[in-house]
Design a protein around this ligand. Structure first.
Ligand code: GLY
Ligand code: MN
Ligand code: MN
Length: 463
């Protein structure tokens, strides 16, 4: 059976070429020269940093782990892939390319990375998309071209959406294993390893460092330490995991939060989960993404009033006095794709015009109107962050806060629930929830296979 990704890719590369044709024509270039990127050495060391491929390169080809490659594209011609494959016995050279995408390229094997320029355009105006050291000829990252491409990156092809869908399944496997490890009493480090193993990923393959936060550590938005400490049962309260996976260079970005007990923190998680689902339900073409962000603030405000963290104010008052920003100090989401925080979130058009963030919301990364084929996260949170709470305590809003109740919840750190959403013509598809359902179904089926069926049991009993 041929994988449907192959036929989707043929349409994808057609769209990519067509976008570049228009972008190059409009910005006055004859050729595009796109570097995959090179390895960077650490200071005074012979080690290199992990390789991060140029996202504009991996938009063309699912080659994410081989440095020193290039794409040379001239509209109307088959794109050239200059593919680094040295003779080397220190490191393993990349395998010769095979698979669903290779027919779309004229592939030139490059044994010596210093000779790549032999394949570059000889004449005409070249747009060079690279981190350049100045040795390669061409206009470096022309702003007009980048603006054009970043604007269009927001509209994912069906191939890209399928890759993100599969990245979601991969990370759902990791999330299920991680929850199990937490409930088993494992340390953050052990949970992190359980995640990677189940998501079939190395630390370098995941699209961003795993956030594996037990208890109060969940109040650090990007907590990337992995403590080796196993806590005794009475000291374990909560678990927040924000972890993704990659598929052909496309990312998923998922967060779940758990309580150790069936307590009020669990009720707060349930309330946040309901509110996250109501935000997702509002996603459809034509809605302004910042309105979803503001809706999240209003709903967090309702929750902090309902749970008694705030007194003598209604939800509108909580938002107006900016108290909701103490509990939800980040944007409600961002574009997702080749990068976990994908580009183009502020673009008003292809020509570099941007849409400002709402006043007082400096961390929102997406201000565009929602349109079909966009993919973004919806990730409201509610945290108990000591530094923000201590500012609140010094402010005139301190009188509205039930400090005893806040203090009782600091040990849980906070809650974030994050799903990945693809916008359809009339609504949306949640890429994350069905991925969890699929993984849970598979786990159930595997457990049933391991259990002997009653009739077999009977037979073996008679033996
Ligand atoms: N994992 C980073 C974020 O959710 O934006
Ligand atoms: Mn995110
Ligand atoms: Mn995340």
């Amino acid at each position: 059976m041929t994988d449907k990704i192959a036929s989707l890719y043929a349409d994808h590369i057609h769209t990519v070429r067509e976008r570049w044709d228009r972008a190059l024509a409009e910005t006055g270039f004859d050729h595009a020269l796109i570097a995959g990127g090179s390895l960077h050495g650490a200071f005074l060391d012979d080690q290199t940093y992990p390789f991060f491929v140029n996202p504009q390169f991996k938009a063309w080809v699912p080659v994410v782990d081989n440095p020193n490659c290039w794409i040379v594209y001239t509209p109307g011609r088959k794109p050239l892939l200059v593919y680094w494959q040295p003779v080397d016995y220190w490191y393993k050279p990349a395998d010769t390319p095979t698979g669903f995408w290779v027919d779309q390229f004229d592939i030139r094997i490059l044994p010596d990375e210093t000779k790549a320029s032999e394949h570059f355009p000889r004449s005409g105006k070249v747009a060079l998309i690279a981190e350049s050291d100045g040795t390669v000829k061409g206009e470096l990252n022309p702003k007009a071209l980048i603006d054009y491409l970043h604007f269009e990156r927001a509209y994912k092809t069906d191939y890209e959406i399928e890759c993100i869908r599969r990245a979601n399944v991969r990370s759902a496997r990791g999330h299920v294993a991680a929850e199990h490890a937490f409930r088993n009493g494992d340390s953050e480090y052990e949970i992190h390893l359980a995640y990677l193993r189940a998501a079939d990923s190395t630390e370098e393959e995941v699209p961003y460092p795993n956030i594996v936060a037990v208890n109060k550590n969940a109040s650090v938005l990007h907590y990337i330490q992995h403590l080796r400490i196993r806590l005794d049962e009475p000291k374990r309260h909560s678990f927040l995991i924000d972890a993704g996976a990659s598929y052909n260079g496309y990312a998923s970005d998922i967060t779940r939060t758990y309580s150790r007990r069936n307590d009020e923190f669990q009720k707060l998680i349930d309330a946040m989960d309901d509110m996250q689902q109501s935000l997702v339900a509002a996603i459809k073409p034509g809605v302004n993404y910042p309105d979803i962000h503001m809706m999240a603030h209003r709903k967090v405000a309702e929750i902090v009033v309902r749970f008694g963290f705030v007194k003598d104010l209604d939800a509108d008052g909580v938002v107006k006095k900016r108290i909701s920003s103490v509990f939800l100090p980040h944007g409600v989401g961002h574009f997702l794709g080749l990068q976990v925080h994908d580009v183009g979130g502020f673009s008003a058009d292809k020509h570099g015009k941007t849409i400002p963030k709402p006043e007082g919301h400096p961390y929102l990364r997406l201000t565009r109107k929602i349109e079909p084929s966009m993919v973004f996260t919806i990730e409201p949170g509610l945290y108990f962050i000591d530094s923000l709470l201590s500012e609140l305590q010094k402010s005139e809003n301190a009188k509205y806060i039930n400090w005893g109740k806040i203090d009782a919840f600091r040990k849980f750190g906070g809650i974030r629930i994050e799903d990945d959403i693809a916008v359809t013509k009339s609504g949306h598809e949640n890429l994350t929830r069905p991925a969890f359902a699929k993984v849970q179904r598979a786990a159930k089926a595997a457990a049933a296979r391991r259990r002997p069926s009653p009739s077999k049991k009977g037979r073996s009993a008679r033996k």
